[in-house]
Design a binder for this molecule. Structure first.
Ligand code: FHN
Length: 594
């Protein structure tokens, strides 16, 4: 039985021999088995969406009438869920329709506000979970044209206004439907054709560039339903962009991931868009005044763009058809910042850092090995004016403020780091949101993983935040999280670089968490020494009571006999359940010196 590697080698060799013959007439590699689209075709279709980076989400419907109150009491939860949260019976909820007459609605004003905010696309709810259609559907009479005194079709008006203002128009559509008697396992065969009929209406009548599905989680909606719907919609409009909630929110569904109310700690494996509210509710609630400050919103935009994602920021208009003034104010301030600094956001791709203490970095999409640009968006201004780029090994040929291109800034290299001296400038209110420096680069844009160094006493702390990760596992932070998570693929792994000055014998320990249901994975910590030798410490993941219940366990003893650069890796050997573990830290305690 030949050693597996030999077998693989033979297969690779035969492919190499055949390659010249096959290459000539080989079809473009299919990227998407579902729709047979090649990578090049997909890139063409997604290009405008990737360049756009910033869009307006609008949640508007009958729920704006109660606006968070029902039966004389304030209803907890997000505004558009009031029918469910207050357990409002359908006949009672239907009584909001004759009260819904948003005469203040002005499609042109909304499109111009999005444009002034620097938003390149818009996604508005055509039908939310309450089943009420905000467009003139012929499929039923439970819609804004037939069931309200307004009688107009705001989706039609908004699609026209967006087209006129040069904003791409998108529509949200909920699979889940609390009003329709057949939106369930027993009625699906009757409900799905009606849903498809509505989707044909909205695609034909409003020509959306995006369909943003939602409400895909009910058990009766299956992956097969999602695949069928995705195929159907792409037949209606082949260039449409779809989110992953057309199916079951997996990486095979639609065109992009949709993290909600959160920003991934690092770039996703495929296109992604964070959707977020400006306060705490998607649909309007009269008592929700918990507005995110403008600087926080700009920093979120920079954080998202720095990781290669899009930001879909929500407004929830009132029953009169007005966008709340706090939303308008923030959008105008964000727009002012983008008018000065949009080059650092639009048409960029992920920068080389996950996060930086002073701001975020994006890379010009055209960056390549010969010439490129990095945009450093600075908001936490270093007191000494020194802007450090830890581990940035790229050659920087020139650096200057985005809005003062003739002002060359001093760039120095200090060990593994690049350091830039910021000028003393009078920063305006808009600048304070984020002051952008351009770094012109030559050669590959690369960041060497930070080097972990020994503490004074010789001990070493390996923290999750500076681990070098391979695969889909990623660093999670915020709200008490400070760990490597999403370790659902056994082949994913992580490592640190270690600089050893004090040699000796060290006791190793690991700090991790694992839900009891996922216990049992086997892993090993591999310590690679400068001389090429490798020490391995095996481990078994015990349940700790939850993904956020961290414990520290001993791992054994290692000898670091020679000074120099080590690599410390953590690799899974067996993963019988959902995930390997959430890893917070490794530690080495010096036990004895030689
Ligand atoms: O249940 C909905 C919610 O009302 C809102 O529409 C958000 C926005 O993405 N999506 C669902 C929750 O994930």
């Amino acid at each position: 039985m030949p050693f597996p590697h030999t077998k693989v080698l033979c297969a690779a060799l035969s492919l190499c021999l055949l390659r010249p013959v096959l290459a000539a007439d080989a079809p473009a590699p299919v990227v998407d088995a579902k729709n047979g689209e090649s990578a090049a075709a997909r890139d063409r279709r997604m290009a405008w969406w990737r360049d756009a980076r910033f869009g307006m989400f609008i949640h508007w419907g009958l729920y704006a009438v109660p606006a968070g109150e029902y039966g004389g009491r304030k209803i907890p939860g997000i505004g558009e869920w009031i029918m469910d949260n207050a357990k409002i019976p359908i006949p009672e909820y239907e009584k909001f329709a004759p009260q819904f007459n948003p005469t203040a609605f002005d499609a042109t004003a909304w499109a111009r506000l999005a444009k002034a905010a620097g938003m390149k696309y818009m996604v508005i709810t055509s039908k939310h979970h309450d089943g009420f259609s905000m467009f003139g559907t012929k499929v039923n009479r439970y819609n804004i044209v037939d069931a309200t005194p307004f009688k107009r079709d705001p989706i039609r008006e908004l699609s026209a206004a967006c087209r006129k203002e040069g904003i791409k128009f998108g529509l949200y559509y909920s699979v889940m439907d609390w009003h329709h008697p057949d939106a369930n396992a027993t009625g699906a065969a009757r409900y799905i054709p009606q849903m498809k009929a509505q989707l044909r209406e909205i695609v034909t009548n409003y020509q959306p560039s995006i369909l943003w599905f939602d409400g895909e989680w009910p058990g009766w909606w299956t992956t097969a339903h999602g695949d069928d719907l995705e195929k159907y919609v792409r037949t209606l409009k082949p260039d449409i962009v779809l989110n992953n909630r057309v199916g079951k929110r997996t990486r095979e569904d639609g065109d992009y991931e949709t993290p909600e109310q959160e920003i991934p700690a690092s770039a996703e494996a495929r296109d992604w868009e964070t959707c977020m509210t400006m306060n705490d509710t998607w649909g309007f609630k009269s008592d929700d005044q918990n507005w995110k400050p403008t600087d926080d919103l700009v920093h979120k935009l920079a954080d998202i763009a720095g990781k290669g994602g899009n930001f879909l920021l929500n407004v929830g208009p009132t029953k009169e058809g007005r966008i709340p003034q706090p939303s308008v104010q923030r959008l105008q301030q964000i727009g002012a910042w983008l008018r000065q600094n949009g080059a650092a956001i639009y048409g960029t791709k992920a920068g080389p850092f996950r996060s930086l203490p002073w701001g975020r970095i994006t890379a010009a999409a055209a960056s390549n090995a010969t010439a490129g640009k990095l945009y450093a968006i600075v908001w936490d201004w270093p007191k000494d004016g020194r802007l450090t780029f830890p581990g940035l090994s790229t050659t920087v040929t020139r650096a200057y403020p985005l809005n003062a291109r003739k002002t060359a800034l001093n760039v120095a290299r200090e060990g593994d780091n690049l350091v830039l001296q910021l000028p003393k400038v009078e920063r305006t209110t808009t600048d304070a949101l984020g002051w952008v420096v351009v770094l012109e680069t030559k050669g590959p844009i690369a960041v060497s993983a930070p080097v972990v160094r020994q503490n004074i006493n010789g001990s070493v702390d390996f923290k999750a935040a500076v681990a070098d990760v391979r695969g889909a596992l990623r660093y999670e932070s915020g709200e008490g999280r400070d760990n490597i998570g999403y370790w659902t693929n056994q082949n994913d792994w992580l490592s640190w670089n270690l600089d050893v000055q004090k040699t000796g014998t060290f006791a190793a320990a690991i700090t991790f968490a694992c839900d009891n249901s996922s216990a049992g994975s086997e892993y090993e910590v591999q310590i690679g020494a400068p001389d090429g030798s490798l020490q391995k410490l095996p481990g078994m993941v015990a349940g700790t009571g939850g993904w956020d219940k961290f414990v520290t366990a001993p791992l054994g003893v290692v000898d670091l006999k020679i000074p120099g650069r080590y690599t410390v890796a953590v690799k899974a050997l067996r993963k019988p359940n959902l995930a390997v573990m959430n890893l917070r830290a490794l530690a080495l305690q010096l036990q004895a010196q030689p």
